[in-house]
Write a new protein. Structure first.
Ligand code: SF4
Ligand code: SF4
Length: 199
């Protein structure tokens, strides 16, 4: 067999493996569109949730990873509650985020860093501290335009007393054991995805 064809075929098989678990969650989808009609964020999505589940069932990982639909899911659970087949759609959206972050997809870098820095701040301080969180996020993004984009919102929130000024003290947090446990679980469930290469 031609080597290039063999390599492409192998990558495709790995991608399908990554989607297998999610596919089993949405296999019973009847394409009724209730999830799309119920989603408060659907208008901002570049692909409807209904179409995304169709692509999951077809194993089309590259097209799914190129979309921001699952990134824009805000975990409201409306689609999960309304799906006539009772499918765990919010969990499936979260699983897609997990795949994109484990594969370190370039298109979703800013979202991945946002999640990572948020959780690192919670781990270090025992709760979210906005200034510490945004400092970590801006540093990781390595782009001077990112803080500028957030500035108007930050100023507005500070004016309303919603943002605590200062980086805050590090406290002894009981969350370490919890984070270690989750890291162990992620090592076992996400390692195969990381080995699939970066899209
Ligand atoms: S609501 Fe459920 S059955 Fe209908 S399209 Fe969405 S996932 Fe499929
Ligand atoms: S859980 Fe996500 S995909 Fe489902 S309705 Fe809410 S925002 Fe939309």
């Amino acid at each position: 067999m031609n080597l290039q064809i063999a390599t492409a075929s192998s990558a495709s098989e790995n991608g399908n493996n990554a989607l297998d678990k999610i596919g089993s969650m949405v296999r019973a989808c009847i394409q009724c569109g209730t999830c799309t009609g119920s989603c408060p964020n659907a208008l901002e999505m570049d692909m409807t949730p209904r179409k995304m589940w169709r692509l999951v069932n077809l194993g089309r990982l590259a097209e799914i990873m190129a979309s921001r639909t699952f990134i824009l899911c805000s975990d409201c659970y409306t689609c999960t509650l309304r799906c006539p087949r009772g499918l765990p759609l919010t969990d499936a959206m979260e699983a897609l985020k997990g795949i994109a972050f484990a594969r370190r997809e370039r298109r979703h870098r800013s979202s991945r860093l946002f999640y990572e820095k948020f959780m690192q701040t919670v781990r270090r301080h025992g709760r979210i501290r906005e200034m510490a969180f945004m400092t970590r996020y801006f540093t990781a993004m390595k782009s001077p335009t990112v803080p500028l984009r957030f500035a108007p919102l930050g100023i507005k929130l500070m004016g309303k007393g919603k943002v605590e000024i200062g980086l805050g003290k590090t406290v002894a947090t009981p969350l370490d054991a919890l984070f270690e446990k989750v890291a162990d679980l992620e090592r076992t469930t996400c390692a195969p995805l990381e080995n699939e290469g970066h899209g």
